[in-house]
Design a protein around this ligand. Structure first.
Ligand code: GLN
Length: 553
């Protein structure tokens, strides 16, 4: 019978609830238990796909094509395994299922209500995740903060689960904040007290409190929290600010989170076997160099909009002992001041990530062109792949105004066009080409050297693709298409072999990158940036253009 850990946030958002949840799950995984995580999101969207990444953060795509909350990415990275779309349960999905059942007549004669129908649907979905993934422990993180009106049905469902599954099979973890406001450095416990009161008001008594804090909670603070919340002293855990998120499992371990969890869940005396995890975590802090990357994009206002890209870069850097610093460069600035594109000279690499719509697209085309002309390592991801093609078609092949039909429907040279099956799509939700697809890599190419394999699997999220009518002309000018899918109908990878590193993918390699196993596309890119930096240092100049070795797999 699976055990459940419910993680509920208090005080405010942004306390790293996803990382805390993932770290707890990781620790239990390291004790040899089969563990997985799920996220419940109390919004009415059926999935995260239709939400704005600037406000909500990145849309994480699972292998089975789910467009999910970005916390699923955190779980995948910590647990180092793939999750399915079912691991993200939203209010939208729950109500949709209940209303559809009502229309079918499944509840004929009855009044359909939040309790029990909505709460039953929530519980069924949570239990299904545990069963389908065949785990010992399912950790369920609740989106939002206690006190949110929209979160109430979820918390009520979890309260009921405690009753139904029993106290030895369920644990409530409350994630809060212990801020320090004065010069004396007193850790304030009142926010935690209040948020526990709010939880209790709806019938949930937390078993553990994990309080985010700058410095470890003092004994006095722990005692005070314990007294006011009826949570045992040893179950009040400090969650310190750290340099790398991958250190959090260790921090929580040292704070003694494992023992009370195992005790409550009657999991016996379990020992954490650190395997390679400690080494992996250390590689993010013991770095010997830094490379600087320009991320040219539109969603520059929220770092979370490209959280997986940032992680994938750091995974690749850590492999070679490098920290990767990412500067967000606003693509629209290049459009307004074309000469400002030379700011890219001061970077070791240029990355154009995924994106949608016209705004900033010309700036991205300019960045792709500038990187090519100045042999700056370039990595294009999805939209960044498409913009690299438009740029090459325009400035190398002389195809005037070559563009994507997403940006200019009437372009004379539609080098990027809508996928044929997308032309009949009317709904926006979950209708792109999504998830994992197998890709055939062309032998002897950079892609082949990087991946070390002729078949790979990567995740997608797009409506547009390379228009193969332009393949011959682009190839004649030196672009190589080194990955294909769907029996050759889709173009997945491009490269320019005459350059040190110019590589772009229609897929999103960031979704499969893991802390100890970076995706080869990112690894190749970051290695090329390290090489460029080294060669600049060797030549004692800041000029570009030296011939660099590129292929290392
Ligand atoms: N807007 C482009 C498309 O739909 C690229 C999408 C993306 O970058 N994820 O094809």
């Amino acid at each position: 019978m699976p055990k459940y850990i419910f993680v509920i946030g208090g005080v405010m958002s942004g306390l790293g609830k996803g990382v805390t949840s993932s770290s707890i799950a990781k620790l239990l995984q390291l004790t040899g238990l089969k563990v997985t995580c799920a996220k419940v999101d109390p919004y009415l969207n059926v999935d995260a796909g239709t939400m704005n990444p600037i406000i909500h953060g990145e849309v994480f795509v699972t292998d089975d094509g789910g467009e999910t909350d970005m916390d699923l990415g955190t779980y995948e990275r910590f647990l180092e395994k793939n999750l399915s779309r079912d691991h993200n349960i939203t209010t939208g999905q729950v109500y949709k299922a209940v209303i559809e059942a009502e229309r079918r007549g499944d509840y004929l004669g009855r009044c359909v209500q939040i309790i029990p129908h909505i709460t039953d649907e929530i519980k069924t979905r949570i239990r299904k995740v545990a069963q389908d993934s065949d785990v010992d422990v399912l950790l369920v993180e609740v989106g939002g903060t206690v006190g949110d009106i929209e979160g109430l049905p979820f918390l009520e469902a979890l309260r009921q689960m405690r009753l139904e599954e029993g106290a030895s099979n369920t644990v409530f973890v409350h994630v809060t904040l212990a801020p320090v406001l004065d010069a004396v450095g007193e850790q304030k416990t009142k926010p935690t007290q209040h948020s526990v009161q709010e939880l209790r008001r709806i019938g949930i008594q937390p078993d553990l409190i994990v309080a985010r804090c700058e410095r470890p909670l003092t004994l006095e603070t722990k005692e005070k929290i314990s007294l006011f919340t009826s949570v045992e002293n040893k179950c009040v855990i400090s969650n310190l600010d750290v340099e790398s998120v991958y250190q959090v499992p260790q921090i929580l371990y040292e704070e003694g989170v494992v023992e009370p969890l195992c005790e409550r869940l009657q999991l016996g005396n379990r020992r954490v076997n650190w395997d390679n995890w400690r080494e992996t975590a250390d590689s993010y802090t013991n770095t010997r160099g830094v490379v600087k990357i320009a991320m040219v994009g539109k969603y520059v206002s929220l770092r979370d909009s490209y959280v997986s890209v940032n992680h994938a870069l750091s995974h690749a850097g850590a492999k070679d002992g490098y920290k990767v610093n990412v500067d967000w460069v606003d693509a629209e600035r290049f459009e307004k001041q074309p000469e400002s594109v030379n700011v890219l000279d001061s970077y070791d690499g240029v990355l154009v990530p995924g994106g949608f719509g016209n705004r900033g697209s010309l700036g991205k085309i300019m960045a792709a062109d500038y990187a090519r002309r100045n042999t700056i390592p370039y990595l294009g991801l999805c939209f960044g792949f498409q913009m690299a093609i438009a740029s090459f078609a325009r400035y190398v092949c002389g195809l005037k105004d070559a563009n994507s039909t997403e940006l200019d429907e009437d372009t004379a040279n539609p080098v990027i066009d809508m996928l044929p099956e997308q032309k009949t799509v009317t709904d926006k939700g979950a209708s792109m080409r999504l998830g994992g697809h197998d890709i055939t890599v062309v032998e002897g190419t950079l892609a082949h050297r990087l991946y070390g394999s002729l078949t790979i699997r990567e995740r997608h999220r797009h409506r547009y693709e390379f228009n193969q009518q332009y393949r011959a002309i682009l190839e004649q000018h030196g672009m190589v298409f080194s990955g294909h899918s769907d029996g050759g109908r889709r173009t997945e990878i491009l490269e320019i072999p005459s350059l040190p590193f110019y590589f772009a993918t229609q897929f999103h390699p960031e979704y499969v990158s893991r802390p100890s196993k970076p995706d080869p596309a990112y690894l190749g890119f970051v290695r090329a940036t390290i090489e460029r930096q080294a060669s600049k240092t060797r030549s004692g100049s800041n000029t570009t253009g030296s011939a660099l070795a590129v292929s290392r797999s």
